[in-house]
Design a protein around this ligand. Structure first.
Ligand code: SAM
Length: 316
């Protein structure tokens, strides 16, 4: 009798296990000006639309909130493109980030559900479709309930079925990946706690938005958002990237959670702001020590914050 040994088929794709720390020493990584570095974080002053900004795949996890095109008064970025131009802008940066991401890399994308000002648009659905068009694969969507119901004023036709407006005080956090969802490379060390894993794998996240006034940027997200994304979707020492770094929130959480953080921001003024925040807010391993401690919702209803991030759909 012949005995045949059946060999487990080898995976077609061979992934190397790069030493992620080495990218911190690599002066050729980025074409843009290095604005600042601290601990394991580097901030570049540059344009994410420049396809030659980086010359290789180096990203394990992107956590970002791109401009929403809702007329926010940024220092230099014009946030009022036509919708068609905005979709073109989005396609460009999706494509660039795809090129710079490792095969098992992920994109955690904070975007609006929809837009009501200047015409109703399904922004979340449109951007998710474009991301897939350039190659990103869809995994799931987290609904972020930022509790911003207090400023809701646009009812449309009040008490009439003529033309009422339905507005959801939520934003989306779309979870995408490059080639394969299963991560087999990197340190393979996860630092998420049992309760956090159970809570955060529930696709409705409830915490307050950030105050633009407090941070000094017109559209920051709260530290809780990259904090959760980093711990849930990356391994310790992975390279976390934010192509629209703003006030540096993603980099702060990267540094505080033992990841390598790389950020790009086009505006020098926000680079300086991010630098100061990184200097002041890294080292606080327990982010709840910050003044920005998220307020606990009481039966799902949030206490009002003085001035929250640009509002959810209601005021867009
Ligand atoms: C929504 S904000 C990001 C806020 C960030 N998540 C935070 O917590 O502060 C978008 C940022 O993208 C920047 N930006 C706009 N166009 C850019 C580009 N082409 N390349 C790099 N940054 C850009 C803007 O200046 C703005 O700071």
């Amino acid at each position: 009798m012949t005995v045949t040994t059946i060999k487990k088929p080898e995976s077609k794709v061979k992934y190397s296990t790069p030493n992620t720390t080495s990218i911190l020493k690599d002066s050729g990584l980025c074409q843009a000006k290095e604005y600042f570095r601290h601990k394991d974080v580097i901030l570049f002053e540059g344009d994410t639309l420049n396809e030659y900004l980086f010359n290789r795949e180096f990203i394990d996890l992107i956590v970002t909130s791109p401009p929403y095109n809702v007329g926010i008064q940024y220092n230099s970025h014009k946030d009022e493109l036509t919708y068609e131009d905005y979709l073109e802008f989005s396609e460009k940066w999706f494509r660039n980030c795809y090129k710079w991401t490792k095969p098992q890399g992920r994109l955690i994308l904070n975007i609006p559900l929809d837009k009501n000002k200047g015409g109703q648009r399904s922004v979340g659905a449109d951007l998710t479709t474009i991301a897939q068009k350039v190659g990103w694969k869809y995994h799931s969507t987290i609904v972020w309930n930022e509790g911003n119901i207090s400023r809701r004023t646009a009812w449309g036709s009040w008490l009439s079925a003529s033309a009422p407006f339905v507005i959801a005080p939520v934003e989306l956090i779309v979870v995408l990946y490059k080639d394969s969802w299963k991560k087999t490379t990197g340190s393979r060390v996860s630092d998420i706690k049992r309760q956090e894993f159970m809570d955060w794998t529930n696709g409705v996240w409830t915490f307050n938005g950030e105050s633009g006034k407090r941070v000094g940027h017109p559209a920051p997200f709260p530290r809780e958002l990259p904090h959760r994304a980093i711990k849930l979707f990356s391994f310790v020492r992975d390279v976390v990237f934010d192509p629209f770094c703003g006030s540096g929130t993603t980099l702060i959480e990267s540094a505080n959670n033992n990841r390598i953080g790389i950020g790009v921001e086009i505006d020098k003024h926000y680079c300086e702001l991010a630098k100061n925040r990184i200097l002041n807010e890294t080292g606080t391993l327990n982010f709840e020590k910050e003044t920005n401690k998220p307020k606990k919702p009481n039966n799902g209803v949030f206490p009002k914050t003085s001035q929250q991030k640009y509002s959810a759909s209601g005021n867009r």
